[in-house]
Design a protein around this ligand. Structure first.
Ligand code: ADE
Length: 281
Protein backbone atom coordinates (compact mmCIF):
# COMPACT_ATOMS: atom_id res chain seq x y z
CA UNK A 1 0.00 0.00 0.00
CA UNK A 2 1.70 3.24 -1.07
CA UNK A 3 2.04 5.94 1.56
CA UNK A 4 0.21 8.98 0.23
CA UNK A 5 0.49 12.54 1.43
CA UNK A 6 -2.49 13.64 3.54
CA UNK A 7 -3.01 17.00 1.84
CA UNK A 8 -6.03 19.11 2.72
CA UNK A 9 -6.30 20.14 -0.94
CA UNK A 10 -8.30 18.24 -3.56
CA UNK A 11 -6.45 15.39 -5.25
CA UNK A 12 -6.61 16.68 -8.84
CA UNK A 13 -5.79 20.30 -8.01
CA UNK A 14 -2.64 20.32 -10.14
CA UNK A 15 -3.53 17.56 -12.62
CA UNK A 16 -1.70 18.06 -15.91
CA UNK A 17 0.68 20.62 -14.41
CA UNK A 18 4.45 20.58 -14.15
CA UNK A 19 5.93 22.31 -11.12
CA UNK A 20 9.62 22.88 -10.44
CA UNK A 21 10.77 22.60 -6.82
CA UNK A 22 14.36 23.56 -6.04
CA UNK A 23 15.92 21.96 -3.01
CA UNK A 24 13.40 19.16 -3.54
CA UNK A 25 15.72 16.44 -2.27
CA UNK A 26 15.47 17.23 1.42
CA UNK A 27 13.45 18.94 4.17
CA UNK A 28 10.65 21.34 3.27
CA UNK A 29 11.33 20.96 -0.48
CA UNK A 30 10.86 17.20 -0.22
CA UNK A 31 7.53 17.67 1.57
CA UNK A 32 6.38 20.18 -1.07
CA UNK A 33 7.36 17.78 -3.87
CA UNK A 34 5.38 15.02 -2.19
CA UNK A 35 2.31 17.16 -1.60
CA UNK A 36 2.24 18.62 -5.13
CA UNK A 37 2.68 15.19 -6.73
CA UNK A 38 -0.10 13.80 -4.52
CA UNK A 39 -2.30 16.53 -6.03
CA UNK A 40 -1.55 15.46 -9.59
CA UNK A 41 1.45 17.63 -10.50
CA UNK A 42 4.51 16.24 -12.24
CA UNK A 43 7.29 17.68 -10.11
CA UNK A 44 10.76 18.42 -11.39
CA UNK A 45 12.97 18.44 -8.34
CA UNK A 46 16.31 20.20 -8.57
CA UNK A 47 19.22 20.30 -6.15
CA UNK A 48 22.98 19.98 -6.10
CA UNK A 49 23.19 16.30 -5.19
CA UNK A 50 21.64 13.51 -7.22
CA UNK A 51 21.41 10.98 -4.34
CA UNK A 52 18.73 12.84 -2.43
CA UNK A 53 16.83 13.68 -5.60
CA UNK A 54 16.79 10.05 -6.69
CA UNK A 55 15.60 8.94 -3.26
CA UNK A 56 12.73 11.45 -3.28
CA UNK A 57 11.80 10.60 -6.89
CA UNK A 58 11.62 6.92 -5.91
CA UNK A 59 9.46 7.76 -2.85
CA UNK A 60 7.12 9.76 -5.06
CA UNK A 61 6.78 7.02 -7.69
CA UNK A 62 6.15 4.52 -4.90
CA UNK A 63 3.31 6.75 -3.70
CA UNK A 64 1.85 6.80 -7.22
CA UNK A 65 3.11 10.25 -8.21
CA UNK A 66 5.46 11.54 -10.90
CA UNK A 67 8.81 13.20 -10.25
CA UNK A 68 11.88 13.90 -12.36
CA UNK A 69 15.22 14.72 -10.73
CA UNK A 70 17.67 17.23 -12.17
CA UNK A 71 21.02 18.25 -10.71
CA UNK A 72 21.43 22.04 -10.63
CA UNK A 73 23.36 24.53 -8.58
CA UNK A 74 21.10 27.58 -8.63
CA UNK A 75 24.09 29.90 -8.12
CA UNK A 76 25.42 29.01 -11.56
CA UNK A 77 23.70 30.78 -14.45
CA UNK A 78 24.54 28.03 -17.00
CA UNK A 79 23.19 25.32 -14.71
CA UNK A 80 19.94 27.25 -14.24
CA UNK A 81 19.68 27.63 -18.03
CA UNK A 82 20.31 23.89 -18.41
CA UNK A 83 17.50 23.12 -15.92
CA UNK A 84 15.02 25.11 -18.00
CA UNK A 85 16.31 23.55 -21.27
CA UNK A 86 15.64 20.16 -19.67
CA UNK A 87 12.17 21.02 -18.34
CA UNK A 88 11.05 22.50 -21.65
CA UNK A 89 12.41 19.54 -23.62
CA UNK A 90 10.96 16.92 -21.28
CA UNK A 91 7.69 18.52 -20.23
CA UNK A 92 7.01 21.14 -22.91
CA UNK A 93 6.42 23.82 -20.28
CA UNK A 94 5.70 24.35 -16.60
CA UNK A 95 3.07 26.03 -14.47
CA UNK A 96 4.71 26.66 -11.12
CA UNK A 97 8.08 27.25 -9.54
CA UNK A 98 8.94 26.82 -5.87
CA UNK A 99 12.27 28.49 -5.10
CA UNK A 100 12.86 26.53 -1.93
CA UNK A 101 16.61 25.90 -2.30
CA UNK A 102 18.83 27.89 -0.02
CA UNK A 103 20.95 27.65 3.04
CA UNK A 104 23.04 29.39 5.63
CA UNK A 105 25.22 28.80 8.65
CA UNK A 106 25.08 30.31 12.12
CA UNK A 107 27.74 32.92 12.89
CA UNK A 108 28.01 36.24 14.68
CA UNK A 109 28.17 38.92 11.98
CA UNK A 110 31.71 40.02 12.84
CA UNK A 111 33.01 36.53 12.13
CA UNK A 112 31.44 36.07 8.68
CA UNK A 113 34.17 35.97 6.01
CA UNK A 114 33.65 37.57 2.62
CA UNK A 115 33.61 34.07 1.10
CA UNK A 116 30.90 32.93 3.53
CA UNK A 117 28.87 36.09 3.00
CA UNK A 118 29.05 35.75 -0.76
CA UNK A 119 28.14 32.06 -0.68
CA UNK A 120 24.97 32.71 1.34
CA UNK A 121 23.88 35.78 -0.62
CA UNK A 122 24.57 34.07 -3.96
CA UNK A 123 22.73 30.89 -3.03
CA UNK A 124 19.66 32.55 -1.57
CA UNK A 125 19.25 35.90 -3.30
CA UNK A 126 21.11 35.50 -6.59
CA UNK A 127 19.98 31.89 -7.04
CA UNK A 128 16.34 32.86 -6.50
CA UNK A 129 16.69 35.78 -8.91
CA UNK A 130 18.25 33.60 -11.64
CA UNK A 131 15.51 30.99 -11.25
CA UNK A 132 12.76 33.64 -11.43
CA UNK A 133 14.30 35.39 -14.42
CA UNK A 134 14.80 32.21 -16.43
CA UNK A 135 11.32 30.92 -15.51
CA UNK A 136 9.85 34.15 -16.87
CA UNK A 137 12.02 34.47 -19.97
CA UNK A 138 11.83 30.83 -20.98
CA UNK A 139 8.12 30.16 -20.41
CA UNK A 140 6.04 32.08 -17.87
CA UNK A 141 6.35 35.41 -19.65
CA UNK A 142 4.28 33.95 -22.49
CA UNK A 143 2.08 31.50 -20.56
CA UNK A 144 1.69 32.86 -17.02
CA UNK A 145 2.28 30.87 -13.86
CA UNK A 146 2.91 31.09 -10.15
CA UNK A 147 6.19 31.43 -8.26
CA UNK A 148 6.72 30.95 -4.53
CA UNK A 149 9.97 32.12 -2.96
CA UNK A 150 11.46 31.10 0.37
CA UNK A 151 12.20 33.54 3.18
CA UNK A 152 13.12 33.02 6.82
CA UNK A 153 11.60 34.76 9.81
CA UNK A 154 13.77 37.88 9.48
CA UNK A 155 11.33 40.72 10.13
CA UNK A 156 13.29 42.07 13.12
CA UNK A 157 16.68 41.14 11.70
CA UNK A 158 18.12 37.72 12.51
CA UNK A 159 21.01 37.92 14.99
CA UNK A 160 23.37 35.02 14.27
CA UNK A 161 22.45 34.86 10.59
CA UNK A 162 23.15 38.33 9.22
CA UNK A 163 23.95 37.06 5.72
CA UNK A 164 20.83 34.97 5.26
CA UNK A 165 18.52 37.59 6.79
CA UNK A 166 19.94 40.27 4.46
CA UNK A 167 19.57 37.93 1.47
CA UNK A 168 16.01 36.94 2.41
CA UNK A 169 15.01 40.57 2.94
CA UNK A 170 16.29 41.02 -0.60
CA UNK A 171 14.12 38.13 -1.78
CA UNK A 172 11.07 39.63 -0.06
CA UNK A 173 11.61 42.89 -1.90
CA UNK A 174 12.35 41.09 -5.17
CA UNK A 175 9.05 39.21 -4.74
CA UNK A 176 7.17 42.53 -4.60
CA UNK A 177 8.95 43.99 -7.62
CA UNK A 178 8.40 40.91 -9.75
CA UNK A 179 4.73 40.73 -8.71
CA UNK A 180 4.22 44.17 -10.20
CA UNK A 181 6.44 43.81 -13.27
CA UNK A 182 5.07 40.39 -14.24
CA UNK A 183 1.37 40.85 -13.45
CA UNK A 184 0.94 41.81 -17.11
CA UNK A 185 1.95 38.28 -18.10
CA UNK A 186 -0.35 36.54 -15.61
CA UNK A 187 2.56 35.61 -13.37
CA UNK A 188 2.01 35.74 -9.60
CA UNK A 189 5.02 35.93 -7.31
CA UNK A 190 4.69 35.30 -3.57
CA UNK A 191 6.82 34.08 -0.69
CA UNK A 192 6.58 32.11 2.53
CA UNK A 193 8.50 32.88 5.69
CA UNK A 194 8.85 29.86 7.97
CA UNK A 195 9.90 30.32 11.58
CA UNK A 196 11.41 27.43 13.49
CA UNK A 197 10.41 24.29 11.57
CA UNK A 198 11.16 20.73 12.57
CA UNK A 199 12.98 19.62 9.42
CA UNK A 200 16.24 18.12 8.23
CA UNK A 201 17.59 21.64 7.66
CA UNK A 202 17.45 22.24 11.41
CA UNK A 203 19.38 19.05 12.14
CA UNK A 204 22.34 20.39 10.17
CA UNK A 205 23.07 23.03 12.82
CA UNK A 206 25.83 22.19 15.32
CA UNK A 207 24.95 20.49 18.62
CA UNK A 208 26.24 23.58 20.48
CA UNK A 209 23.28 25.68 19.30
CA UNK A 210 20.71 23.08 20.47
CA UNK A 211 20.08 24.84 23.85
CA UNK A 212 19.49 28.11 21.97
CA UNK A 213 16.95 26.38 19.73
CA UNK A 214 15.20 24.85 22.78
CA UNK A 215 14.97 28.34 24.34
CA UNK A 216 13.65 29.76 21.08
CA UNK A 217 10.90 27.13 21.05
CA UNK A 218 9.85 28.15 24.59
CA UNK A 219 9.68 31.78 23.44
CA UNK A 220 7.34 31.07 20.50
CA UNK A 221 3.74 31.94 21.49
CA UNK A 222 2.55 28.55 20.18
CA UNK A 223 5.29 26.81 22.23
CA UNK A 224 6.34 24.44 19.46
CA UNK A 225 8.18 24.20 16.18
CA UNK A 226 6.23 24.19 12.95
CA UNK A 227 6.01 21.17 10.68
CA UNK A 228 7.19 20.77 7.10
CA UNK A 229 3.57 20.04 6.14
CA UNK A 230 2.46 23.40 7.55
CA UNK A 231 4.93 25.20 5.29
CA UNK A 232 4.06 23.01 2.32
CA UNK A 233 0.32 23.72 2.71
CA UNK A 234 0.95 27.48 2.52
CA UNK A 235 3.09 27.03 -0.59
CA UNK A 236 0.46 24.83 -2.22
CA UNK A 237 -2.22 27.41 -1.42
CA UNK A 238 -0.14 30.19 -3.03
CA UNK A 239 0.36 28.06 -6.17
CA UNK A 240 -3.36 27.23 -6.37
CA UNK A 241 -6.20 29.14 -8.06
CA UNK A 242 -7.49 30.03 -4.56
CA UNK A 243 -4.63 32.57 -4.47
CA UNK A 244 -5.41 34.01 -7.91
CA UNK A 245 -5.64 37.59 -6.53
CA UNK A 246 -2.63 37.31 -4.24
CA UNK A 247 0.73 38.50 -5.55
CA UNK A 248 3.72 40.18 -3.95
CA UNK A 249 2.68 38.80 -0.57
CA UNK A 250 4.71 36.94 2.06
CA UNK A 251 2.97 34.53 4.41
CA UNK A 252 4.58 33.95 7.81
CA UNK A 253 4.36 30.40 9.15
CA UNK A 254 5.86 30.94 12.57
CA UNK A 255 3.34 30.39 15.36
CA UNK A 256 3.32 34.18 15.91
CA UNK A 257 7.04 33.95 16.74
CA UNK A 258 7.99 36.99 14.67
CA UNK A 259 5.61 39.09 16.77
CA UNK A 260 6.88 37.97 20.14
CA UNK A 261 9.84 35.60 20.21
CA UNK A 262 13.03 36.81 21.81
CA UNK A 263 15.74 36.17 19.27
CA UNK A 264 18.96 37.31 20.91
CA UNK A 265 20.27 37.72 24.43
CA UNK A 266 21.67 41.24 24.89
CA UNK A 267 24.03 41.12 27.91
CA UNK A 268 24.15 43.90 30.50
CA UNK A 269 26.49 46.62 29.22
CA UNK A 270 27.09 50.35 29.62
CA UNK A 271 27.49 51.24 26.01
CA UNK A 272 24.11 52.83 25.55
CA UNK A 273 24.30 54.84 28.76
CA UNK A 274 25.11 58.29 27.42
CA UNK A 275 21.99 59.98 26.11
CA UNK A 276 21.69 63.16 24.12
CA UNK A 277 20.26 66.22 25.83
CA UNK A 278 20.22 68.89 23.16
CA UNK A 279 17.36 70.84 24.70
CA UNK A 280 17.63 71.71 28.39
CA UNK A 281 14.84 74.22 29.01
N1 ADE B 1 20.32 23.81 -2.02
C1 ADE B 1 21.13 24.52 -1.24
N2 ADE B 1 21.97 25.26 -1.98
C2 ADE B 1 21.66 25.00 -3.28
C3 ADE B 1 22.17 25.43 -4.51
N3 ADE B 1 23.16 26.31 -4.58
N4 ADE B 1 21.62 24.95 -5.64
C4 ADE B 1 20.60 24.08 -5.58
N5 ADE B 1 20.09 23.62 -4.44
C5 ADE B 1 20.62 24.07 -3.30
Amino acid sequence: MPITYRSIFRPDLFAGQTIIVTGGGTGIGRAVAHELSSLGAHVVIAARTLDNLERVSAEISEAGGAATPFVCNIREEEQVAALFDFVLAERGGFHGLVNNAGGQFISPAEMISLKGWRAVVETNLTGTFLMCREAFNRHMGAHGGAIVNMLIEMWRGFPGMAHSAAARAGIENLTKTLAVEWARAGVRVNAVAPGLISSSGLERYPEAVRPMIEQNIRDIPMKRMGTEAEVSAAIVFLLSPAAAFISGESIKIDGAGSLWRKTWEVPEHGNGAVGFEGFDR
